[in-house]
Ligand binder design. Structure first.
Ligand SMILES: [Zn+2]
Length: 340
């Protein structure tokens, strides 16, 4: 419903000027986020979201720079702490999941253009020690799609799904596997002839310790994205706190990172105010993924995903988000409220 409404709005938003939209919304700060940028076929993410090409990313940056001033996390700190009014349109750029393309592709472009950015990292995946379960699903879908399964393999896959009270009809059913039953992916892998350890060793999808040190030297800020990328709304609160605090402690201990920034893996939807109270001594600013939206907690800022199926440019996404925000405000849905 929301996706359809936004797609309808995008047609009207296209013809409107951004100045008009930011003015009407009275929102000068925009927080776009990506995961990766690549011209290669990234098997581990290609079934999760559309991967922007380098050309698309550069066009996005041109649009953002033309309409917003790039700002770093220190600007956000001051803005939140002093409740400063923002006089001109600004954007804060960030990347989630700590993927290697941030070092290989994105950082050189940003350094060249003088754009600050924050990279949010899952500490369990640094140096390719392990992998986010959704990436495992993407790799398996690719294998199953390319090579047709034998009757025996199909029977085994269906059997594994059934053991977990799930049905298997096609490869895309792997995207229904959640944090709660992610071990299915490890059971399925040998059945379809995939070895995740081998994939990690060959493709090295994540940043290494040395690359992170180098990125810090280059002036990028590093934030936490939890230890192992669990789905917070389904986690007990103590586990949410542990995932957050352990991740930030690791970054502080191993990289001497002073900024205490945290982006929620998946979503901060339904995360309670009591969680924010418990992490207050460990996190200065946190970031959600709800799009252009206000949060009653001023230290929790909502970012807009830039890898959206059916959208081919930042211009389209940004304008649609602004028009959607203006409409949400009319019905009072532009702010996230949180329960205790
Ligand atoms: Zn993530």
């Amino acid at each position: 419903m929301k996706v359809l409404l936004k797609k309808t709005l995008s047609k009207s938003a296209k013809i409107l000027g951004l100045d008009l939209l930011t003015g009407l919304a009275n929102q000068r700060l925009f927080l776009p986020f990506y995961h990766t940028v690549s011209d290669d076929d990234l098997v581990h993410v290609k079934y999760l979201y559309p991967v922007p090409t380098i050309k698309r990313f550069k066009t996005d940056l041109d649009f953002l720079l033309k309409n917003f001033k790039p700002v770093s996390y220190t600007f956000l700190h001051d803005y939140v702490k002093n409740k400063n009014a923002i006089a001109e349109n600004c954007f804060f750029l960030s990347f989630d999941d700590g993927l290697r393309e941030f070092y290989d592709v994105v950082a050189p472009i940003l350094v060249h253009q003088g754009i600050p950015a924050t990279c949010f990292i899952n500490t369990a995946f640094i140096d390719n020690r392990d992998m986010f379960f959704r990436m495992k699903a993407s790799i398996l879908i690719d294998t199953i799609t390319r090579k047709e399964l034998s009757a025996g393999q199909k029977k085994a896959v269906t059997g594994i799904f059934n053991q977990h009270n799930l049905t298997y009809n096609s490869a895309s059913d792997l995207l229904r596997i959640t944090d709660q039953n992610k071990e299915i992916l490890d059971t399925l892998a040998p059945v379809v002839g995939v070895c995740f350890a081998e994939y990690l060793a060959t493709h090295q999808p994540y940043l290494t310790t040395n690359q992170i040190h180098e990125l810090i030297q280059q002036g990028f800020s590093i934030g936490g994205h939890s230890v192992s990328h669990p789905y917070y709304p389904m986690l007990p609160e103590e586990a949410q706190v542990k995932q957050t605090v352990d991740c930030l402690s690791y970054l502080a201990d191993n990289f001497n990172i002073q900024e205490r920034l945290f982006s929620f893996p998946h979503t901060d939807f339904n995360v309670k105010k009591t969680f924010f109270d418990k992490i207050r001594d460990h996190v200065d600013l946190s970031f959600g993924t709800a799009g252009l939206k206000l949060d009653l907690l001023e230290t929790n800022l909502q970012r807009t995903p830039m890898e959206v199926p059916g959208y081919s440019s930042a211009e389209e996404i940004v304008k649609t988000e602004y028009l959607y925000f203006i409409l949400k405000r009319v019905v009072g849905k532009h702010k996230i409220h949180r329960s205790w």
